[in-house]
Design a protein around this ligand. Structure first.
Ligand SMILES: [Zn+2]
Length: 493
């Protein structure tokens, strides 16, 4: 029996503003779409946090035994600077500044994005479609919306008619914004735009003559609006009605609001059952910004090369630090906070290593089943990773009691305990046992340096038989000594 049958999972739905019992459209199957990066610059730490939230959600679905199709797109065209329809495409702008082909920009930052995510031990999504790979599907959706009367064409560009849509539907259903307030808060169009109303958004934009990123369409040679790609790719791979749509909190409006409007204008019904939004990451209590220096790139955490950091941290320490906050809470990154997380992480890893040395007895003095269910309850409560981590530290306490012989477990309970610890630490949270590797390397270095010292002493005593023996036996073990001006170093084969 799959695990999900014995667990009741609740998800906070941004659409209702409540935690709801999760029930997928097709039993045992989940379709999840998450808005991916716009690949025109290096991925920042806030993005890493957002994608990590959904990585853990994906991992938990897999752990529960759901067949999960996780679609996360790559935005390689159509994302306009400042989200203003009359602005410039972010990728085209970067390509112009760096004198590159737009697809060179896309390639460079897509590779970087994948590198960063694999450094932090992310699982790849099931499908990673690109906006440029789905132009035909996007044109079809524009045609549908026009046929249904919710879009209009002006000078080769097509806009979504928000005012008309709102007469029969609710524009603002997700963000809670009211169209009257939106209208009274926006400036009048300055005559530069083709739009009828400031709230209308582009479905298709006519390309200027110098614009390289362009495709033929019934209206003009141009490119799709940003919101359109996610409607096209989510429904293509997950169907017109699917389980979960996620993204960063900043995408709720206008991006996700516009997606709902496009879907409803197309199919007449809401596309998604559960909308999920991950919260932001701040640095030292403030928004991250390159211009003020209040900024850390993901790779800099691993090298320590940033004035906001006192040292380098391992990818798992960074992961552990991020997952200590619930995905819907704001997370403030400070050097002190990640130092504290590092201590906690190594304490957890030490305990996990120690678990292997514990042997079973005939009786159990700890209720492992209840503890294990507490771990599930944490994740079932809207993926509450900080509560899960607190439960894992309760597990650390048990391990220490067992090591001291102050508690006992029978063989069945010990097996359950070991499996649960490994599942939650490595499979669900996606941590790696870096302590063990790091620790062994330090120990190895200590032992070899001790032998180098003994060899030096033998040589100064002209005991060449002994010094050669040390060197040769190390070679047998795959450790090569190298004598140089600065002393003797070693390499491991
Ligand atoms: Zn999107």
């Amino acid at each position: 029996m799959p695990l999900y049958k014995s667990q009741t999972l609740k998800i906070y739905n941004s659409l209702s503003g409540e935690k709801e019992i999760f029930s997928p459209i097709n039993e045992g199957n989940i379709g999840m779409y998450v808005c991916g990066p716009t690949v025109y610059s290096n991925v920042h730490l806030g993005n890493v946090r957002t994608f990590m939230s959904f990585d853990v959600i994906f991992r938990y679905f897999l752990h529960l035994g759901y067949k999960t199709r996780y679609v996360r797109n790559i935005t390689d065209v159509g994302h306009i600077v400042d989200d203003v329809d009359d602005g410039e495409d972010k990728i085209a702008k970067k390509a112009r500044i760096e004198q590159l082909e737009p697809m060179e920009v896309v390639q460079q930052y897509t590779v970087d994005f994948h590198d960063i995510l694999s450094l932090f031990n992310f699982l790849p999504p099931s499908i990673e479609p690109t906006a440029t790979g789905h132009i035909i599907e996007q044109i079809e959706i524009v045609k549908n919306i026009m046929d249904n009367g919710f879009a209009y064409e002006v000078n080769g560009s097509v806009y979504f008619d928000v005012i008309k849509y709102n007469k029969t539907n609710n524009y603002g259903i997700l963000s809670g914004r009211n169209i009257e307030d939106m209208l009274s808060n926006t400036r009048d169009l300055d005559g530069q735009s083709d739009k009828k109303n400031a709230q209308d958004f582009a479905l298709w934009k006519k390309a200027e003559p110098q614009h390289i990123m362009r495709w033929p369409s019934p209206w003009s040679d141009g490119f799709p609006g940003w919101h359109l790609e996610c409607t096209a790719m989510s429904t293509k791979y997950l169907g017109n009605h699917f389980d979960i749509h996620g993204g960063g909190m900043d995408l709720k409006f206008p991006h996700h609001e516009c997606e709902i409007a496009q879907n409803e204008a197309c199919t007449g019904h809401t596309p998604v059952n559960y909308w999920m939004h991950a919260n932001m990451l701040t640095l030292n209590g403030k928004k991250m910004a390159k211009s003020t220096g209040n900024n850390i790139l993901p790779r800099e955490i691993l090298t320590g090369e940033n004035p906001n950091l006192s040292k380098a941290f391992s990818p798992s320490v960074a992961r552990f630090f991020i997952l200590q906050a619930h995905y819907r809470s704001n997370l403030d990154f400070t050097n002190d906070a990640i130092l504290a997380a590092e201590k906690g992480f190594y304490r957890l890893m030490e305990a996990v290593d120690g678990l292997a040395t514990i042997s079973a007895t005939t009786n159990s003095s700890i209720d492992i089943s209840s503890w294990k269910q507490n771990c599930y309850d944490a994740m079932n409560d809207d993926f509450n990773s900080p509560i899960l981590i607190a439960q894992l530290f309760e597990g650390v306490r048990f391990i220490n009691l067992l090591k001291d012989n102050s508690a006992t477990l029978n063989s069945e309970d010990l097996k359950t305990f070991k499996e649960a610890i490994h599942s939650f630490v490595f499979d669900v949270l996606g941590l790696k046992d870096e302590k063990a590797v790091g620790n062994n390397n330090i120990k190895l270095e200590g032992v070899v340096n001790m032998l180098i010292g003994m060899r030096n002493e033998a040589r100064s005593n002209k005991d060449f038989a002994m010094s050669d023996q040390i060197r040769d036996q190390l070679i047998v073990l795959g450790i090569q000594l190298k004598d140089g001006k600065e002393g003797t170093t070693f390499s491991v084969q």
